[in-house]
Design a protein around this ligand. Structure first.
Ligand code: ZN
Length: 398
């Protein structure tokens, strides 16, 4: 009879000796007026927090308010680690982390979203900030103003690379992204490099989800001497004019994307430019939408030749290049659509998939072979995209 008493005493001592810490310990009383990531206009709340990084390795995490999510996936991109958590009630978390700094988002079934972001105000500073997913306004796209006058040699090379993409649907192609950011983005972001790594992780998760044999890699990150403009299409044209040519903007990467802190919708990108010669593969994206609404993979999708759902756009190049509303309306509560599809009643929830008739989500196909196969568009054009830059140029200072 003595053993259970001894064990009980040991357990009590252990509990006293090491207090249980939360994954996120919110500091409700802290002054947020000087915290840069708390300065966004659309925030419903912004609360400083510390992060217990040991909890990220565990099978479950408990979020503020008591929501418990289960680990679904972990992966690495360079020196950054990623973890995806979810439950069966449409709540999902996506975190990136390195060197005791974490970035990410939690998409909630009640249509809100929380971001976690590092801040520089004190050692271990992070914020837990809340937005409404209604603040995401769908992206626009712009037909490239650059007229490609192609020589016979160039035309033959394009044809060769496109045929290679058509005939081989298994070899993984890698393309590189050159990221820029506006002055406004810098004023609201304390770990720009981790932010760009998080975008790459979100894009690669989307390609993997969609069974597309392509992966993105970060080439360089550069500050742009540009301020936010209120219209994303104006921002795209300003980005296009920022250096003498698209090639100069890409700095030997295959595509370039400018991150702005704020404009009225989520982004804008040039369409069908992966199949041209000039490499006019440029896009602009609003910070909260980049991985929060999968707008980065959406805009690069336009570069590849993908289009929105068939009801809201016309694809002049690929009659199978449209986004898709997945399954019946209001499936799982709000309904689902792929990352290229515009919002639609009964299909509010955008998921990190490009349409593919051979990939299911929640038991329903994410595309249609005749009309919604953006995965095929990207797969066929992946070697063309990867051939634009040779990655020979070293990075300028961040
Ligand atoms: Zn779009």
């Amino acid at each position: 009879m003595k053993l259970p008493v001894l064990l009980l005493g040991f357990i009590a001592l252990t509990t006293y000796g090491s207090p249980v810490t939360e994954f996120l310990s919110l500091q409700h009383e802290a002054d947020i007026s000087t915290i840069n990531p708390c300065k966004d206009k659309e925030l419903l709340s912004c609360i400083p927090t510390s992060v217990d990084f040991k909890k990220l390795g565990q099978d479950t995490i408990v979020l503020p308010g008591g929501l418990t999510l289960n680990q679904k996936k972990t992966f690495h991109e360079g020196k950054t680690s990623f973890a995806v958590y979810a439950d069966d009630m449409e709540n999902e978390a996506f975190f990136s982390y390195r060197n005791n700094r974490m970035m990410g988002k939690v998409s909630m079934s009640d249509n809100t979203m929380f971001f976690v972001e590092p801040c520089n105000n004190w050692e271990g500073c992070h914020v837990w900030k809340k937005i409404s997913q209604d603040s995401f306004v769908d992206e626009t796209h712009v037909v490239s103003p650059h007229e490609d006058k192609l020589s016979e040699v160039e035309l033959r090379k394009i044809e060769e690379l496109r045929n290679k993409g058509k005939n081989d649907n298994t070899a993984t192609a890698e393309f590189t992204m050159m990221f820029y950011y506006t002055r406004d983005f810098a004023a609201n972001t304390d770990d720009i490099e981790l932010f760009m790594d998080t975008i790459i992780g979100d894009m690669n998760l989307g390609y993997e989800n969609s069974d597309i044999p392509i992966r993105a890699r970060l080439h360089c990150v550069e500050a742009a001497a540009l301020d936010d403009l209120s219209e994303s299409s104006d921002m795209l044209h300003a980005f296009d004019a920022y250096k003498p040519s698209p090639a100069a903007i890409r700095e030997t990467a295959d595509a370039a994307q400018l991150l702005a802190n704020d404009f009225h919708n989520c982004g804008s990108g040039y369409t069908y430019t992966a199949t041209g010669h000039s490499g006019h593969t440029l896009s602009v994206v609003k910070k909260s939408c980049s991985f929060g609404y999968h707008s980065s993979i959406h805009e690069v999708g336009h570069n590849f030749g993908c289009q929105h759902d068939k009801g809201t756009s016309t694809n002049s190049h690929y009659d199978y290049g449209y986004g898709w509303f997945i399954g019946p309306e209001n499936l799982g509560g709000r309904g689902y659509r792929t990352a290229m599809a515009y919002t639609h009643d009964g299909h509010k929830n955008r998921v990190n998939y490009l349409s593919n008739p051979n990939v299911d989500y929640q038991g329903y196909p994410t595309g249609d072979a005749q009309s919604a196969d953006n995965a095929r568009v990207v797969t066929e054009n992946r070697f063309l995209m990867a051939a634009f830059g040779d990655e020979s140029q070293a990075c300028n200072a961040v």
